[in-house]
Write a protein that binds this ligand. Structure first.
Ligand code: PEP
Ligand code: MG
Length: 312
């Protein structure tokens, strides 16, 4: 089965009734990008830019950043868009040269885009590097952990200023990984170019369960009906404004979740590189109309157990 999937990995993922779902890769460096192309990725739905910043003693220079992005954009080529997520540290991810105060609740603290908003020079440098590298391929920018419109407007303003200086424009999207962002998706949809749902954090914050908790982590299941409702709201809000929605959390490569996510109308699944051929094969085995009724039914259920039973 795996071998059969590999043979047709370069073919698009189209359901039996002709509905295309874009299959993209979650990557962390240029090596991953090269593998992603070989495995049939149509895009990069999430480049975790942390790789540039972690395990070093000083902030990467402008030159280093530009070169790294150019390498990745070039490896993917002009036809495969690359969503570059701005630095997403804090919480469980520390940075050696960036002293962050100890916090009682790091996951509810200075994390994701909040770090960049509080250190605009660092964020501006990253945005400038992305715009400088954009000629090498098709770059998009995405902000993590957005929880209110004023945060998005602040970083969008910064991007617009840099775009003006650089004479380059790229699409700008946000991660939907905090429940408040999903709940306000209708407002966000008017101001962003796309959404990408981070189901790892969205589930953690919706269910109030630490995603790495040794005893509770088994309860972190993005098929929880509360999470599905937030995904549904997000997709509908995006569609209303002619925007698209992807999923870049690990739920996107769960074989039992794929039919529901496709049925909810998610347009892009961004997954780890090795999972690409299998998820493409899974999508090809589905009927979109059936997925839509499955998703409708899942939204009526009251427990994750029932949703799991429905999709088993
Ligand atoms: C997520 O939260 O689902 C996500 C994709 O981001 P990360 O796992 O890097 O927090
Ligand atoms: Mg996240």
């Amino acid at each position: 089965e795996h071998e059969a999937a590999l043979k047709v990995a370069d073919q698009p993922a189209v359901t039996l009734d002709g509905h295309h779902v874009e299959i993209a890769a979650n990557i962390a460096n240029q090596d991953d990008a090269e593998k992603a192309v070989k495995m049939g990725a149509e895009a990069v739905g999430l480049l975790r830019s942390e790789f540039l910043y972690m395990e070093r003693a000083t902030e990467p220079s402008m030159d280093e950043q530009v070169k790294a992005y150019e390498g990745i954009l070039g490896a993917m080529g002009k036809d495969r868009p690359v969503i570059i997520r701005t630095l997403d540290v804090g919480g469980d991810k520390p940075l050696a040269y960036l002293p962050l105060p100890r916090e009682e609740n790091p996951f509810l603290g200075e994390r994701g885009v909040r770090i960049g908003i509080n250190r605009p020079a660092m964020l501006r440098k990253q945005v400038r590097a992305i715009l400088k590298a954009a000629h090498a391929g098709h770059a998009r920018i995405m902000f993590p952990m957005i929880s209110s419109l004023d945060e998005f407007r602040a970083v969008k303003k910064l991007v617009l200023e840099e775009q003006e200086k650089a004479g380059v424009t790229v699409e700008v999207g946000i991660m939907i990984e905090v429940p408040s962002a999903a709940l306000l998706a209708d407002h966000f949809a008017k101001e962003v170019d796309f959404f990408s749902i981070g189901t790892n954090d969205l589930t953690q914050y919706t269910l109030a369960v630490d995603r790495g908790h040794p005893k509770l982590a088994a309860r972190i299941d993005g098929l929880h009906p509360a999470v599905l409702r937030l995904i549904d709201m997000t997709v509908k809000a995006a569609n209303k404004e002619g925007k698209w929605t992807g999923i870049c959390g690990s739920l996107a490569s769960d074989p039992n979740a794929v039919p529901i996510l496709v049925g909810l109308g998610v347009q892009e699944l961004s997954i780890s590189v090795p999972a690409i051929p299998v998820v493409k094969a899974r999508v090809r085995s589905l009927n979109y109309e059936q997925c839509q009724s499955l998703a409708r039914e899942a939204l009526t259920l009251d427990s994750v157990e029932d949703v799991r039973r429905l999709t088993a």
